[in-house]
Write a protein that binds this ligand. Structure first.
Ligand code: PA5
Length: 463
C-alpha cells in the first residue's frame, strides 16, 4: 500500500537557516511534551474523542454502503445541505477522488454532487434555476441539528419537493445526518420517516469527515469509502508510537508549534501542488483555524493563540502568491502537498523545435513540468529561508487521502495540548451563530438583539 510521507528537511535550520528554521535538537526537545500530549489524547479516545475510532465503525460503514446501493441510479444529483465541518470534507473528498469534470459527465449510475454550503440567495437561486429538485437527493447534514443556514435550506428544498411530488414521495428525496438526540432535525426525521444517519457522540463537526457526515455523499458518488477508512486506520497505527521522529502527527504538531511560538511564523500555508488536493487544503484550513485559534491560559495570563491558515494551489498561485511568499514577511510556514504518480500522462508535442523558448518543452510530459515547477517553488522558498515541509502522496487514492485526513486530525489534537487550548470547542463560531439568531428574531435571543441594536446605534461611517 502507498504511504504518504512527511518530509520536513526544509523546515530545519540546516536548510532554512538558523533564524527561520528549527534545529533538530529543538524538535527533539519537544519529545516529552508531545508524548504527554499523545497520552492525553489517547486517554480521551473512548471518552469524548470518539472520532479517533471512526475508521473501525464497520457496522456504520456497511449501513452507509447499503443505503448508497439502495438508491443507486435513482437520482441525477446529490445535494449536500450543510456548512463548515458538515460540508468541507464532503467537497474535499469529491474533488480529490472524482474527476474535476464529474458534474459535466458523471460515470454511469453515479449522480453529480453539489455542496451548497452558503445561504447566499444568488447561489441558492441559481441552483434552483438550473436544477430540478425532483432529480435530487438532499443530504441534510448538521451535527447540532439546528444551524440556521442548513435549517433554512432544509425548509426551502423540503417545501419545493412537497409542492412538486407530494407529502409521501418527497420523503425519498431527503436523507438526514445529525445527532442521535440533540437539535430539531432528529424529531423531524422520526416524524417524517426520512432516511437518516447518526453523527456519533464525541465527533465534532470538523473531525467528522470519516463519519456518516462525509461517508454518505462519498459513497453515493462512487468513492471507495472502505479504502479511505483503511488509509485512516493505517495512519492511526503510525501515530501510536511515542517515538517522536517515527510519528508523523507528533512531528507535524511539534513543527507547527515551534514555527509559530519560536520562529514567529503566524501563518500556516497549505500549498497543494495538485488540483485534486486543493479542497483538502480548504478542509485543513477549517480544522486548524477553528481548533487552535483560541484564548489560551486563564485570567491575566490569557492570550490569543493559533496560526492563521491559508490555502494555495500550485502551480496556479505561483503566478499570484509566490512573490509574496518568497520575498514578503518572514511570517509563514509552508506545507506543500505533492503527488508522485498522476493518473494521466499528457505529452507535449515537439513543435517549433527551432525556437529555444519552446524547444525544451517538446517531447516532455505535463507531469514533468508540473513537478519541476513544484520543486522549483520549494527551492525558491528554501533558498529565501522560508521554512517548508512536504506531505507527499505517492498517488492520490482513497487510501492516501484517508491517511492525510487522519494525520491532520491527529496532529491538530496534539497541537491543542501544546497550545494549551481546547481544540474541540468553537466559542467564536457560537458567538456568531447567537448574533445571527438575535438579528433574525429567534425566540429566546431578545436580550442579545437589544444589545446589538444599542451597540450599532449611531455607529455608521460610510463614504
Ligand atoms: O466544526 C464545527 O463544529 C463547525 O464548523 C460545524 O461543523 C458548523 O458550524 C456546522 O455545524 P452543524 O453541523 O452543527 O450544523
Amino acid at each position: 500500500m502507498d504511504r504518504i510521507l512527511l518530509n520536513y528537511t526544509h523546515s530545519l535550520d540546516s536548510a532554512a537557516g538558523p533564524q527561520h528554521g528549527v534545529s533538530l535538537q529543538e524538535l527533539e526537545g519537544m519529545a516529552e511534551r508531545l508524548a504527554m500530549a499523545q497520552v492525553r489524547v489517547e486517554g480521551r479516545r473512548a471518552v469524548d474523542l470518539r472520532w479517533l475510532d471512526l475508521p473501525y465503525a464497520s457496522e456504520v460503514h456497511q449501513e452507509v454502503l447499503r443505503y448508497a446501493e439502495s438508491v443507486q441510479g435513482r437520482f441525477q444529483n446529490v445535494v449536500v445541505l450543510g456548512i463548515g465541518g458538515s460540508a468541507l470534507g464532503n467537497r474535499a473528498l469529491h474533488t480529490a477522488l472524482n474527476s474535476p469534470f464529474h458534474e459535466l459527465a458523471p460515470p454511469p449510475g453515479h449522480p453529480r454532487l453539489f455542496v451548497l454550503d452558503n445561504v447566499d440567495p444568488d447561489l441558492i437561486g441559481e441552483f434552483l434555476d438550473h436544477v430540478d429538485p425532483a432529480t435530487c437527493l438532499f443530504n441534510v447534514i448538521s451535527k447540532s441539528g439546528s444551524t440556521a443556514e442548513t435549517m433554512s435550506q432544509f425548509l426551502i428544498f423540503r417545501r419545493l419537493l412537497i409542492d412538486k411530488l407530494g407529502e409521501e414521495a418527497h420523503r425519498e428525496h431527503i436523507c438526514v445526518t445529525t445527532d442521535a438526540k440533540a437539535g430539531v432535525l432528529r424529531p423531524i426525521v422520526e416524524a417524517e420517516g426520512y432516511a437518516s444517519f447518526v453523527v456519533p457522540d464525541g465527533v465534532g463537526g470538523r473531525f467528522s469527515v470519516l463519519s456518516p457526515v462525509g461517508l454518505v455523499s462519498s459513497a453515493l458518488v462512487g468513492i471507495d469509502i472502505l479504502g479511505l477508512l483503511a488509509g485512516a486506520a493505517d495512519m492511526d497505527a503510525r501515530c501510536q508510537t511515542s517515538e517522536l521522529l517515527a510519528n508523523p502527527a507528533m512531528v507535524y504538531a511539534g513543527l507547527q508549534w515551534l514555527m509559530q511560538e519560536r520562529k514567529g511564523k503566524n501563518i500556516a500555508v497549505t500549498f497543494a501542488y495538485s488540483h485534486r488536493l486543493r479542497d483538502l487544503a480548504d478542509w485543513y484550513a477549517q480544522l486548524l483555524g477553528e481548533s487552535i485559534g483560541k484564548l489560551s491560559g486563564k485570567g491575566d495570563e490569557q492570550r490569543p493563540v493559533g496560526p492563521t491558515p491559508v490555502r494555495a494551489v500550485g502551480v496556479t498561485d505561483q503566478h499570484s502568491q509566490v512573490q509574496l511568499y518568497v520575498q514578503g514577511p518572514y511570517d509563514k510556514w509552508f506545507t506543500l502537498l505533492s503527488v508522485g504518480d498522476h493518473d494521466h500522462r499528457v505529452p507535449i508535442p515537439p513543435d517549433y523545435q527551432d525556437r529555444d523558448a519552446l524547444a525544451y518543452l517538446g517531447d516532455r510530459e505535463m507531469g514533468e513540468l508540473f513537478q519541476a515547477e513544484r520543486d522549483g517553488t520549494r527551492l525558491a522558498l528554501t533558498d529565501a529561508q522560508r521554512p517548508n515541509c512536504t506531505v507527499h502522496f505517492p498517488r492520490v487514492t482513497a487510501h492516501t487521502v484517508g491517511q492525510y485526513l487522519y494525520l491532520m486530525e491527529y496532529a491538530v489534537a496534539l497541537m491543542g495540548e501544546l497550545y494549551g487550548i481546547d481544540a474541540f470547542d468553537q466559542p467564536g463560531v457560537e458567538a456568531g451563530k447567537v448574533a445571527a439568531y438575535a438579528l433574525m428574531g429567534r425566540k429566546g435571543f431578545e436580550e442579545r438583539a437589544q444589545e446589538i441594536a444599542a451597540a450599532q446605534a449611531g455607529l455608521q461611517h460610510e463614504v
